[in-house]
Design a protein around this ligand. Structure first.
Ligand code: MRU
Length: 344
């Protein structure tokens, strides 16, 4: 297991991404929990590859990585619009990616005519600001969300929304973490999250690091847990939240929302305002990434399905706003009907 002293740190917080001296140090999430490999990435194509292959994943984390990727592109003298396009094309659903790239392009345009050193300083400062704002937002989200939980809370979550998926601290996971810090968390049930097992590999790893009591469950166990009265609330992250509150998140989130409604359990979506896409009116406008069939036929490279089997592998689903009890952002909790505005 990775020792605490080996963790990448930004602003005193554990983070999966650090920019340093013309390169990005990136904790390779495809190798966790077995090995903590920190990659040194110095060109844009490698940044794009790392996002596409999910060495870095989670909506805020890929936005931050792309922002630093723009800095690397500038350092290599590349054309900024080409860099932006290459990074934008990596994963289609998480709006944080586009949002961060646009913010970096705006900064570039604002400082384009300045001496090279000033332009570089402005771009790096903007990327670091995106990063530090995300950590700050997550810490606020944590305290807003934890206040919604009863004492001895038992919650279920899906995918990984922790420090690994963000600039640091976590979104839905940040709520669980804050509740634990307040002594309120009795049990976290972490869905293993087929097919990439972000819950089993990454959330379980973070829960162990943070000393939070948990049980890993197969995704199909959520209904049985709720039926037995063992869940007080569901907390899930988001990759894109439409203006009406429809929320795209890891495949399986929609099922949790339906189960929660059936059992009368609150279902919360938790995300920074950078995940809100005010330009998308509702969930029908959200592009859902479809990934390789191999992720289902041969999870983590181990073939289970017979030769000739085919798979369908959407990475995300959309939970309709009417199933969402509240959307928690750094600005507070919003309840339906949602009329959401994004981060400026
Ligand atoms: O495919 P992934 O692992 O990038 O999917 C991640 C999720 O679905 C997260 O819930 C979402 O990005 C929010 S992360 C704070």
């Amino acid at each position: 297991m990775m020792k605490k002293r080996d963790f990448p740190i930004f602003n005193d917080v554990f983070t999966p991404i650090v920019y340093r001296d013309g390169g990005i140090d990136l904790l390779d999430q495809t190798r966790l929990p077995g090995r903590a490999v920190v990659l040194r990435i110095t060109d844009v194509d490698k940044v794009a590859e790392a996002i596409k292959t999910m060495r870095v994943r989670g909506a805020p984390a890929i936005g931050i990585t792309a922002a630093y990727g723009m800095v690397l592109g500038l350092e290599r003298g590349e054309e900024m619009n080409r860099v932006a396009e290459a990074l934008r094309a990596t994963r289609p659903t998480a709006v944080n990616l586009t949002w961060a790239i646009e913010r970096m392009l705006d900064t570039f345009r604002k400082h384009e005519g300045e001496p090279a050193g000033d332009l570089h300083a402005a771009m790096l400062a903007e990327a670091r600001l995106i990063h530090s704002e995300d950590i700050e937002a997550n810490q606020n989200i944590g305290s807003v969300g934890a206040a919604l939980l009863p004492d001895s809370a038992r919650v279920i979550t899906i995918c990984n929304t922790g420090a690994l998926a963000t600039g640091g601290y976590g979104t839905a996971y940040g709520v669980l973490r804050a509740a634990h810090e307040q002594g309120k968390m009795e049990m976290v049930y972490a869905c293993e999250t087929r097919p990439r097992l972000q819950g089993a590999r990454l959330t379980a790893w973070e829960l162990l690091q943070n000393g939070i009591p948990f049980r890993l469950v197969v995704d199909g166990a959520a209904g049985a847990l709720m039926a037995r009265g063992r869940i007080d609330a569901v907390f899930a992250g988001a990759d894109r939240i439409a203006a009406n509150g429809d929320s795209a998140n890891k495949i399986g989130t929609y099922q949790l929302a339906i189960l929660a409604r059936h059992h009368g359990i609150p279902f919360y979506i938790v995300a920074p305002t950078s995940t809100i896409d005010p330009d998308t009116a509702d969930g029908k406008g959200i592009t859902i990434e479809e990934r390789s069939e191999d992720e289902v036929l041969a999870p983590l490279g181990v073939r289970f399905a017979p030769d000739g089997a085919r798979a369908w592998n959407p990475a995300f689903d959309v939970t309709p706003a009417e199933l969402i009890t509240g959307i928690i952002t750094e600005r507070g909790v919003q309840h339906p009907p949602y009329h959401l505005v994004g981060k400026e």
